[in-house]
Design a protein around this ligand. Structure first.
Ligand code: UT7
Length: 336
């Protein structure tokens, strides 16, 4: 027998420290006008006092809310899945740190490395474990500390104005009703584009002492690279394809979508997708204006906010979609 899974509880956490576009313009050659026009972003949050292991600790703050809303005890969690591109340590992943902070005994922790698509990849993994009956409650977290690793000089402005810090979490549980919950997930990757959006070092391939030796002037390339327009073009195409696939798989029409929650990469990407599918403003949820792109955290933060603002009701068809580094892209169709 195959079980069905549902999102039983959602939570999010963002640092208090608000960084406006004007704040960034004091550090680099940029402007509020450029950032808003090209991305829709007005401000983002940057970590200031989030603890020793901020990625795990922000994740825990979001997770505690999600666990309480799911109405379960933390000891009922059978698996932790942690999605991030900015783990607290090179290894181990931040999932085990969460397990330790939450003091959950004997619960496996799995780390997901799929960047902007990480939350949907994690959702799909959780869904499979629940479908087979192996687990009943899975804690899925997306959490990012971007500000700790960005180049805040003019050299890095094409990337650093986009990203923000924060965490979102969901408890995925066995559904009591057939037809309610996660209906399908759709995952893709195309590794030939891996270096179009990447942070190459430090890594085993670009090890710290070598990087320093190659860059004696301290111009150390520890920062992410993005071929912005190339990524943009692929993003709008893949978002559209993977949303359409989700609809077709479930026999749904565009008019059946109650809410689309796209990964918050760029407001212009979300608006392109909205126009393409002729969706109304009420059918698409965006909050990149306040938080920037929080990568693996962006969908669970947006989903939590949408749910808190009564934009999602039981029975609604909710679509999640993401695209990012890898390239990876994904969608999920949920009957709430
Ligand atoms: O979440 C993962 C997936 N990520 C994405 O999907 C992001 C996709 N890409 C994008 O969102 C856009 O490509 C960006 C927002 C990153 C850039 O917007 P764009 O319209 O593609 O601008 P551009 O890269 O073509 O740059 C245009 C100009 C350049 O100057 P020149 O060469 O025309 O003189 C850049 O140097 O804007 C300059 N520029 C900036 N100016 C002020 C780049 N960054 C900035 C900045 N402030 N922050």
């Amino acid at each position: 027998m195959l079980y069905q899974s549902k999102i039983a509880g959602l939570g999010s956490y963002v640092p208090d420290n608000v960084v406006t576009n004007d704040d960034l313009a004091k550090l680099m050659d940029t402007s509020d006008e450029w950032i808003q026009e090209r991305t829709g972003i007005k401000e983002r949050r940057h970590i200031k006092e989030e603890g020793e292991n901020p990625v795990a600790e922000m994740g825990v703050k979001a997770a505690k809310i999600a666990i309480e809303r799911a109405g379960i005890d933390k000891d009922e969690i059978d698996l932790i899945i942690f999605a991030t591109l900015s783990p607290d340590y090179y290894f181990p992943g931040s999932g085990v740190l969460v397990q330790d902070i939450l003091a959950i005994e004997n619960c496996p922790a799995l780390d997901i490395r799929n960047q902007c698509s990480g939350f949907i990849y994690g959702l799909s993994v959780a869904d499979q474990f629940i479908k087979t009956g192996m687990y009943k409650n899975i804690l899925l977290i997306g959490s990012e500390n971007h500000s700790g690793g960005l180049d805040f000089t003019t050299r890095g402005r094409g990337v650093s104005v986009l990203f923000g810090d924060g965490a979102g979490a969901a408890v995925i549980s066995r559904s009591d009703y057939v037809g309610q919950g996660i209906l399908s997930t759709h995952l893709y990757s195309e590794g030939k584009h891996a270096l179009e959006l990447a942070l190459k070092g430090p890594s085993t391939n670009h090890w710290v002492p070598e990087i320093i030796k190659e860059n004696p002037q301290e111009d150390i390339p520890y920062f992410p690279y993005m071929n912005g327009q190339y990524v943009f073009k692929h993003a709008v195409q893949r978002f559209s394809e993977v949303i359409k696939e989700g609809l077709d798989t479930n026999g749904l029409e565009v008019s059946d979508i109650d809410l689309l929650v796209p990964h918050q990469a760029n407001l212009r990407i979300s608006q392109f997708v909205q126009r393409k599918f002729k969706l109304s403003d009420d059918q698409v949820y965006n909050n990149i204006q306040k938080y920037g792109n929080t990568t693996a955290a962006s969908i669970p933060i947006a989903l939590t906010e949408a749910w808190e603002n009564d934009k999602i009701k039981p029975g609604d068809n909710v679509i999640l979609a993401a695209f990012g580094s890898g390239f990876t892209w994904a969608s999920a169709v949920i009957n709430w």
